[in-house]
Design a protein around this ligand. Structure first.
Ligand code: T6T
Length: 323
């Protein structure tokens, strides 16, 4: 089963014109209309849709032209195709979420080589010399918060598993790292599985089904992103383990919130994708205007539970399916 957020097209390209509209000539710095391109990690997925919503509103406020492109799947070859095509169009600035912190360095060099300002949003590259700004959650802290939350849910003892799409994604690598670091402070809890099924809900469901049959006494699961979380929740339903296996997931898609309210899962560690998109546009426009750029910006995280999911101050942490 293919992740249901994947679209058939190889890349999704949408263009939003800022307040000034018009087709003016692009400019990588100084006068003329500012052309920005957002390259998401994957198309048609609530975290990146929400990021685009934040970026779109900020681009309109600042009078910049924003287009968005994304690979249909979380895949280096597909994102490289998108990067190469965007590099050829020479936008003034590119906001990008690299799908691999090392393999995407080569393709992304094309962007800066062609004169585009590069800003990392959400994920980033290992090479600290690349990118003018990096805007993301504090993912290591988020992983630790997930472990603290899961430990409380299982009475600080038992067997747990952690899921991430694949190794090499800056964000989920840090979440898994933070989760394992915090587990080290809970001697009564053992990590029995660390699995990487890909950014694919269906494959995640199969992996968790297998883990549950090998370990029927599993007590808790941490899904380190939206897609692995949704896949794991589907497995708990199939295995009739809802409530007996406690689940903490990163992100807060409409489906995840539905599972939280239904009691299938017990907590979400949610991010601020709209704010990440907004800040990415701000830093890109600062770079184009020759103004100071902030190198690193950390946005907020919150643990969402059945008790607080409907409170007004949580609303900004819940993801959108459309802008
Ligand atoms: O968790 C987000 C994002 O922060 C991560 O880098 C990749 O997965 C998501 O897009 C959710 O699917």
């Amino acid at each position: 089963m293919v992740n249901r957020y994947v679209v058939a097209a190889a890349a999704l390209a949408l263009t939003v014109t800022g307040a000034c509209g018009g087709s003016g000539s692009s400019s990588s710095s100084g006068g003329g209309e500012k052309k920005l391109t957002l390259i998401q990690g994957i198309a048609n997925e609530p975290f990146y849709i929400s990021m685009y919503c934040g970026a779109k509103a900020e681009a309109a406020r600042l009078g910049a032209r924003l287009s968005v492109q994304a690979p249909a799947q979380w895949d280096v070859a597909q994102q490289t195709q998108v990067v190469t095509s965007v590099a050829a169009s020479r936008p003034g600035a590119v906001l990008i979420a690299p799908v691999d912190k090392d393999a995407m360095a080569g393709p992304i060099r094309q962007l800066s080589g062609n004169g585009s300002k590069v800003v990392f949003v959400d994920t980033e590259l290992s090479d600290p010399s690349m990118g003018l700004s990096r805007i993301s959650s504090d993912n290591r802290l988020g992983g630790r918060l997930a472990a603290q939350t899961l430990a409380k849910l299982i009475g600080d003892k038992g067997k747990v598993m952690v899921l991430a799409p694949t190794r090499g994604i800056a964000t989920t690598d840090d979440r898994v790292g933070g989760f394992k670091e915090e587990l080290g402070r809970h001697p009564g809890i053992s990590l029995v599985f660390e699995q990487y099924p890909g950014d694919d809900a269906g494959k995640t469901t199969e992996v968790v089904n297998a883990a549950l049959s090998r370990n029927p006494d599993l007590d808790g699961i941490f899904g380190s992103n939206l897609v692995t979380g949704e896949g794991a929740a589907a497995s708990l339903k199939q295995a009739r383990k809802v409530g007996s296996v406690k689940m903490v997931e990163f992100d807060a898609s409409p489906k995840q919130v539905e599972d939280l309210k239904a009691g299938t899962i017990q907590a979400l560690i949610s991010q601020e994708p709209l704010e990440i998109g907004r800040q990415g546009v701000d830093q890109a426009v600062n770079a184009l205007d020759g103004k100071p750029v902030t190198k690193r910006i950390k946005t907020q995280l919150v643990a969402v539970t059945k008790d607080n999911v409907d409170s007004p101050d949580i609303a900004k942490y819940l993801y959108k399916q459309t802008c």
